[in-house]
Write a protein that binds this ligand. Structure first.
Ligand code: GLU
Length: 343
């Protein structure tokens, strides 16, 4: 079994072209590398430094095979993708009913940063919009802000198999300019939906958005969910199996900003995207996909990332509701791939 510390070097050293699926991914990468649509997020200067041509695709199967092409070592900030996983930690900390009393699970159809709460219950609509993510961050247990952040970082390490750092300039920029998020936090405090440790909770929220990951990490995150909450390479449990379904469901209904309905219709993989250019997508029981490409469409989703997931869903019948015989059988295509557990 791969050791945690070895994971990075093990996965980095995979170069052999051993399965048709690897060739397929190479072709997919070449097909969309030249796509020049979309714009890199620039609401803070640090994000605008991302190169539009960066493009990585990684697929990790529930058996722990890793396939990757392009810029899979390039680090970027996880941003909104963190919301799904911190929601999982809040569920572990408090259980479903309590979390649901503070954050609903309804898609909004509104922008991720809309200042809107449920008029009857005053709850934020779901954990994937900023208001809901801040309410979720408030729920993370810990005796101090340091302990709460450590718990979040340790959780990500369980999912990805490696340690993560915060991008401090991004964190400080988010903190210095996040007036809208601050306004939402105070609105929720007014309604008694969050505790009064506002600054601490907002710091935790800005820090979780500033965690640095690469495309491989994003594939490990979703492969772990696909594998019932256990990292398929390290075999470490990242989340209680009873909460995996809760996290994945909210990803499917709310994970792709206000394009979630369209995404569900066209792609049909529970997924979460972030303005750093990442997408993590789950095919339950089968695999996780991580894509990284900074140019975003008007809704905030990575342009190339959407195309990649669309093609994978169509070509291999990976839409969760697909009932037709797929054009290609994923199991045949991945046969002969590298299995890290045998290394
Ligand atoms: N840190 C961002 C914010 O709160 C999240 C951006 C995103 O949607 O990825 O505005």
């Amino acid at each position: 079994m791969a050791d945690l510390g070895d994971l990075q070097s093990l996965t980095s050293s995979i170069t052999a072209v051993t399965s048709p699926f690897r060739n397929y991914l190479n072709d997919l990468h070449a097909k969309y590398q030249s796509l020049n649509d979309g714009a890199v997020a620039d609401y803070i200067p640090e994000l605008a430094l991302a190169k539009p041509e960066w493009f990585g695709i990684c697929v990790v199967t529930a058996e722990g095979q890793v396939f990757e092409v392009g810029n899979c070592d390039q680090l970027f900030t996880i941003q909104s993708i963190s919301k799904a996983f911190v929601f999982g930690l809040a569920l572990e900390d408090h259980g479903r009913d309590y979390v649901n009393s503070k954050v609903s699970v309804e898609p909004t159809g509104e922008a991720f940063n809309a200042i809107v709460l449920d008029e009857v219950t005053n709850r934020p609509y779901n954990p994937m919009v900023n208001a809901g993510a801040i309410a979720t961050a408030d729920l993370i247990k810990g005796h101090s802000s340091t302990e709460r952040l450590k718990r979040v970082l340790a959780m990500f390490q369980r999912y990805t198999g490696r340690e993560h750092d915060i991008n401090v300039p991004v964190f400080l920029s988010e903190k210095a300019t996040g007036f809208r998020n601050r306004a939402m936090a105070y609105l929720m405090l007014n309604f008694g939906m969050i505790s009064d440790r506002i600054d601490e909770t907002l710091d935790l929220y800005f820090q979780q958005c500033s965690i640095m990951v690469n495309a491989r990490d994003l594939a490990m995150l979703s492969a772990t969910l696909a594998n019932g909450g256990v990292n398929p390479v390290t075999q470490e449990r990242a989340i209680d199996e009873h909460h995996v379904q809760d996290v994945i469901s909210v990803m499917l209904t709310c994970g792709m900003y206000d394009a979630s309905g369209e995404w569900c219709y066209r792609v049909g993989m529970p997924a979460k995207s972030g303005v750093g250019g990442g997408i993590t997508a789950v095919v339950p029981g089968q695999l996780g996909i991580g894509t990284f490409s900074p140019p975003l469409d008007a809704k905030g989703n990575s342009y190339r990332g959407i195309k990649v997931c669309e093609d994978l869903a169509k070509d291999f019948g990976l839409h969760v509701f697909n009932a037709a015989k797929p054009e290609r059988d994923i199991n045949e295509w991945i046969a002969g791939g590298n299995d890290l557990n045998d290394w």
